[in-house]
Design a protein around this ligand. Structure first.
Ligand code: NAD
Length: 491
């Protein structure tokens, strides 16, 4: 008999749903169904897939309130944030559906001087069945960055949502089934905790797209290694904002506060560290504190953000605050008293030693550390010093400086004069390196992540010099090879 688990509201502790714990057998059966559906879907062609995915997108748009209220119930985030999450999801799904053929469709590529007799074609084939393992902080937007693109590339998907947000995952598969009839099994959701995710990674899928913490990513990678299953890993971040002396400090403070506090700081590419050049540090801090004073978390519609969704995260946030203060940091706003479970009020620290956990580990709470630096060069060095490399931002009065700094930051995405600028640009890829994982979602790279390139050559005529035949003149071949060698030696 299938066991079940209960999801509780992080706000009230009341049950908000009850879901099956899928075991290895059920997971394997879902993957089998997906495999049959994938063959059918791959044969459909680009136009048909695009039409069906756009039909699904329209259905999701019409069901925004239903998704938003479920996201809100499971994560505790304000409903307006949940609506924005649905909108962002629609934007990326729309892009994937409309651009899959352009990015992945068969095209002619130059054959090069040695192969003038060949027509060279590049095509991309779907991989088959993709396992998507998702987190809870953006339970729709984040996994859909993989699900939408994997489907658009012609694959089937089995989705394992976080055990904190299984309802959103189930609603997603249900909405797909309704909007795209005749493709049973193409998008399925399996629910459960870590072992269900592990069973999915081990089930013989053709790729795993994982989003979550680096610790879990390592476990998933170890399971994937058993069968050489490819893995895309989107892990956390410790994003830094760099503020130059020429920056508009009001704009910078506004962006820092939103980037650090929105969604209670539970954003993989949220702002956790700020490096401001010394001449503007005090002015920036004053503006940040002024703004955070106006924010409060809570369940009411006016609240800036909701609770920490994962109760265990409170201990991490508390440790980061206390260890920073013990090491000499100063609290400009809030402190350990900001923890009022399930909420954490905004915390702003300054002079935080670079080796303290608040500067090195992902906090995933509404805590921002604002340190002074000599110049932008030092800011870049400090920003690059940690193990994470996901997103970053730079505020400066000079676009040229902004672009130069962007090029020096060890990060998968950089916003100049905004934070998280890339998140709503569907043509840009998203992902990081180091502790932030590997691979990309979104954009053309996000489509190619779920497709295998197929190189095709079609011989157009018999070449005068054929390198792949014993029949022609050996001397001609040798002469051609020598000519080619000389050409490349000079070029
Ligand atoms: P998590 O690592 O605890 O869990 C992620 C998912 O993995 C869940 O569905 C979980 O059930 C599953 N899982 C757990 N153990 C597993 C195992 N052994 N094998 C397979 N699956 C397993 O992460 P979380 O707490 O759900 O999410 C928060 C983390 O996600 C943060 O670190 C955050 O930064 C990161 N995140 C990253 C991005 C990004 O795109 N880079 C986006 C959102 C969240």
């Amino acid at each position: 008999m299938t066991t079940r688990f209960t999801v509780r509201s992080p706000v009230t502790g009341e049950p908000v749903g009850d879901h099956p714990v899928h075991g290895p057998e059920e997971v394997r059966a879902a993957v089998e169904r997906a495999r049959a559906a994938a063959r059918h879907w791959a044969a459909c062609g680009w136009a048909d897939r695009r039409a069906r995915l756009l039909a699904w997108k329209r259905a999701l748009a019409r069901r925004t309130e239903e998704f938003a209220s479920l996201i809100c119930a499971e994560t505790g985030k304000p409903v307006r944030d949940a609506r924005a999450e649905v909108l962002l999801t629609l934007v990326h799904l729309d892009w994937a559906a409309r651009n899959a053929r352009r990015v992945l469709g068969r095209r002619r590529v130059p054959a090069g001087p040695l192969s003038v007799h060949q027509r060279a074609l590049l095509a991309y084939r779907p991989l088959g069945v993709i396992a998507v393992i998702g987190p809870w902080n953006y339970p729709l937007y984040t996994p859909m960055g993989s699900i939408g693109h994997a489907l658009a590339a012609g694959n089937a998907v089995v989705f394992k949502p976080s055990e904190l947000t299984p309802g959103v995952g189930e609603l997603l598969a249900e909405s797909f089934g309704e909007a795209v009839p005749g493709h049973a099994g193409l998008l399925q959701t399996v629910t459960g905790r870590g072992p269900t995710g592990e069973a999915l990674a081990r089930s013989g899928v053709d790729k795993v797209a994982f989003t979550g913490s680096p610790g879990t990513a390592r476990k998933v990678a170890a399971v994937c290694a058993e069968r050489l299953t490819p893995l895309l890993a989107e892990c956390g971040g410790k994003d830094a904002v760099l503020v130059d002396a020429s920056a508009d400090l009001d704009e910078a403070a506004e962006a820092v506060v939103w980037g650090a506090m929105a969604n209670a700081g539970q954003t993989c590419a949220g702002v956790e560290r700020v490096y401001a050049v010394a001449s503007v540090h005090a002015g920036l801090c004053e503006r940040i504190v002024h703004r955070v004073r106006a924010l409060h978390p809570g369940p009411d519609p006016d609240a800036a953000y909701g609770p920490l969704t994962l109760p265990g995260q409170l201990a991490t946030v508390e440790r980061h605050i206390k260890e920073a203060l013990a090491a000499g940091a100063r609290a400009l706003h809030g402190g350990p008293e900001s923890l009022r479970p399930p909420y954490v009020h905004p915390v702003v620290l300054v002079d935080v030693p670079e080796d303290s956990p608040a500067m090195r580990e992902e906090t995933f709470g509404p805590l921002v550390a604002v340190n002074a630096v000599r110049d932008l060069a030092e800011a870049v060095a400090r920003a690059n010093a940690g193990g994470y490399a996901l997103g970053a931002a730079v505020f400066t009065g000079s676009r040229r400086t902004g672009l130069a700094v962007a090029g020096r930051l060890n990060s998968g995405a950089v916003s100049v004069n905004s934070v998280l600028g890339f998140a709503a640009v569907p043509s840009l890829p998203f992902g990081g390196s180091g502790e932030s994982g590997y691979g990309r979602t979104h954009g053309a790279e996000g489509l190619r992540a779920f497709a295998a390139p197929l190189a095709v050559t079609v011989r157009r005529f018999r070449p005068p010099v054929d390198l792949t035949s014993f029949a022609g003149s050996r001397r001609r071949v040798e002469r051609a090879v020598e000519l080619g060698r000389r050409f490349h030696a000079r070029r």
